[in-house]
Design a protein around this ligand. Structure first.
Ligand SMILES: [Zn+2]
Length: 413
């Protein structure tokens, strides 16, 4: 494994501090040293990467990833379910695309298969195929006999406490890092679904207890206020959407803000409103799916969460034909344009706080952290949209190895 010294770069370190001109030394899979100019780092045997003033920043974290949702910027597939052989290969392709576009980590929000993501994660970690670090999940589950469980997402657990406990332990045994439950349904699944609760307080508490015993994380789709509250009370780590969160839900989240992450996933809502006409989703259909009212609600709720210090992370349900994998950095722009984040705050959410969600030493340019690093042509603090352009992401390094090397104008061996 080579060592690399990045020189002549502007370092955005993920802490939220202003970028500074400096140098960064990578040794093995870790960041060994960070220096602020005029201080310089001894090159030693390291290969030199001259950034020519480019921005060096931590790799980004996608906090609501669906690598098995088939569509990507390279290939739009107007279907969700494919024959299993194609589905597995498309998933591997999506993992590579996610990494190509600067996302070195991804926290799963559910997979269209019980074992695809644990298997994919293991293949990536072993170095057999390119992809982000992955917190793997199985398919999201809803409860039997409740209106609004989408087709194919049917429960594979018995509708009692023992059944739910067994399901949690099964997922741990199958290698999942996180389990996703539908704690409420969604307007996209059934009219009025966003207010339909799937599991009782007692059931959600039992899920939480079993997850602590099994040492596995919990994530949930939660639209209804009571679904959000049940998730917080049961110790869920990642809570998605939260469209109907009320004052009491916000208070609960604030009181537990050190243990939870909220991911609104505005990308899908935005795409359904503005970019899905070619797929038969006009304004009327977008509202039927809850996109317009949902995004309006999030524009009220998310700034309030931010004010209360609740960690709100970008990650937007990419993988639909009109919201393809590879467009993930668009969520950072939506955080700025719709939720009032500064570009620096959106970047911190996508890097340092993303690393906290992953539970890994990633997301910061700091000594001792894993060397997940992007070299970006331009200043994302001045224009957050450049992160959506693959050509602007000059290099992607994961664990000290280049997934995408900088061009020969940058690499001085
Ligand atoms: Zn999702």
């Amino acid at each position: 494994m080579s060592n690399f010294l990045f020189t002549n770069v502007r370092v955005f370190d993920g802490s939220g501090e202003d970028p500074f001109p400096g140098e960064v030394l990578v040794q093995g899979d870790r960041i060994k040293r960070v220096a602020c100019a005029p201080e310089a780092i001894e090159r030693g045997d390291a290969s030199l990467v001259d950034g020519h003033g480019a921005t060096l920043m931590p790799g980004m974290v996608e906090a609501h990833a669906h690598l098995t949702w088939p569509s990507s910027v390279e290939r739009v597939i107007n279907a969700m379910k494919l024959p299993i052989e194609e589905h597995v290969l498309v998933t591997a392709q999506n993992a590579r695309i996610t990494l190509d576009y600067g996302f070195t980590s991804a926290y799963s929000a559910g997979a269209l298969g019980e074992r695809i993501e644990p298997a994919l994660r293991d293949m990536i970690d072993a170095g057999f195929m390119p992809g982000p670090r992955l917190r793997a999940s199985a398919l999201e589950k809803g409860a039997e006999g409740v209106m609004g469980v989408p087709e194919g997402h049917d429960p594979t657990h018995d509708r009692d406490i023992d059944g739910l406990r067994a399901y949690v332990f099964d997922k741990k045994k199958e290698g999942c890092d996180t389990i996703k439950f539908l704690l409420s349904s969604d307007e996209g699944f059934a009219p009025g679904g966003s207010q339909v609760l799937m599991y009782s307080e007692e059931e959600v508490q039992a899920i939480g207890e079993a997850a602590r015993e099994a040492d596995i994380w919990l994530a949930c789709h939660a639209q209804a206020a009571e679904a959000v509250k049940r998730a917080v009370r049961a110790g869920f780590r990642a809570i998605f959407h939260c469209v109907h969160a009320d004052e009491e839900a916000l208070d609960l989240m604030e009181a537990n803000r050190d243990h939870l992450f909220m991911v609104p996933a505005p990308g899908l809502l935005y795409a359904r409103i503005h970019e899905a006409q070619d797929f038969g989703i006009g304004r009327k259909e977008a509202e039927k799916l809850g996109a317009i009212s949902g995004l309006e609600a999030q524009q009220r709720i998310v700034p309030e969460m931010r004010r209360r210090g609740i960690r709100v992370l970008p990650g937007g349900d990419y993988g639909f034909p009109y919201n393809p994998v590879g467009r993930n950095a668009r969520d950072l722009q939506l955080f700025v344009d719709l939720f009032g984040f500064t570009p620096a705050e959106a970047l911190v959410a996508a890097t340092r706080q993303g690393g906290e969600l992953m539970g890994l030493p990633v997301g910061e340019i700091r000594e001792g952290m894993l060397a997940d690093i992007l070299l970006v042509d331009g200043d994302p603090l001045a224009d957050i949209t450049i992160l959506q352009e693959k050509e602007k992401i000059l290099a992607v390094m994961k664990g000290g190895e280049f997934h995408r090397s900088p061009g020969c104008g940058y690499l001085v061996s």
